[in-house]
Write a protein that binds this ligand. Sequence first.
Ligand code: GTP
Ligand code: MG
Length: 246
Amino acid sequence: MSNNHNQYTIALAGNPNTGKSTLFNLLTGLRQHTGNWTGKTVAHAEGFFDYKGQSYQITDLPGTYSLYSNSADEEVARDFIIFAKPDVTLVVLDATALERNLNLALQVLEMTSQVIVCVNLMDEAKKKGIQIDIHKLSQKLGVPVVPISARNEEGIDQLLDTIDQMVRGDIQTNPLQISYNRTIEEKIEKLVPFVKQVIGDHYPARWIALRLLDGDMSLLQSLQKEPRQFLKEVPHYACNCSTKSI
Ligand SMILES: Nc1nc2c(ncn2[C@@H]2O[C@H](COP(=O)(O)OP(=O)(O)OP(=O)(O)O)[C@@H](O)[C@H]2O)c(=O)[nH]1
Ligand SMILES: [Mg+2]
């Protein structure tokens, strides 16, 4: 959702130390609201850039290993993706630790379909002899995947073109959705209509149903809804199996 005329919003999400701020600095140059530098990002920084006649506002989120409610950083990143509804979420992955990094990517894909995956540190991967089948990864994830090296400024044109195509609506994504076991899927199926009824279509109902099954009260507080209304229903559906195992 553009927050004002002709300005698109982008969020940068990813594990700590994957090069989000390096990419942020590269894209925004000096046009930033708050100073930011490489090193751990504590609060989120906002910056701006233009590309092919479009203006973008980009937000550098704190690095997290997941997007539940384990820490303030996770809540900041999670709430931004759910409530600010960026037009594009760039998930920045470390090419040398892809398997671990993909966990967060899968969580973001449950939250929004407007995702571009950036496989960063491609230079390091090359040095270590790690080969990544970008095309296959993109097919599996159901969203564009762009290999980059933020520090060496490689792959940035392709990334910008992919962002441009996504905000123009030229890319149809089909984000991979994790299938849980039958018990959980049945509970989700029952909860989703209820979630839609209470909060409408504005938020990703399946993802909220999953968080309800986890008993995530902090999310309910963020939704600023009366938790008791949900709580009455949740024990009925809740199970002991965590949905956080992806
Ligand atoms: N070799 C290599 N190093 C990179 C690349 N991109 C970033 N780095 C380095 O990786 C380190 C971490 O980069 P940051 O941009 O601070 O990472 P971040 O994701 O913002 O980290 P947090 O804010 O802690 O989540 C820095 O030393 C960067 O110079 C890259 O493409 N190649
Ligand atoms: Mg950072």
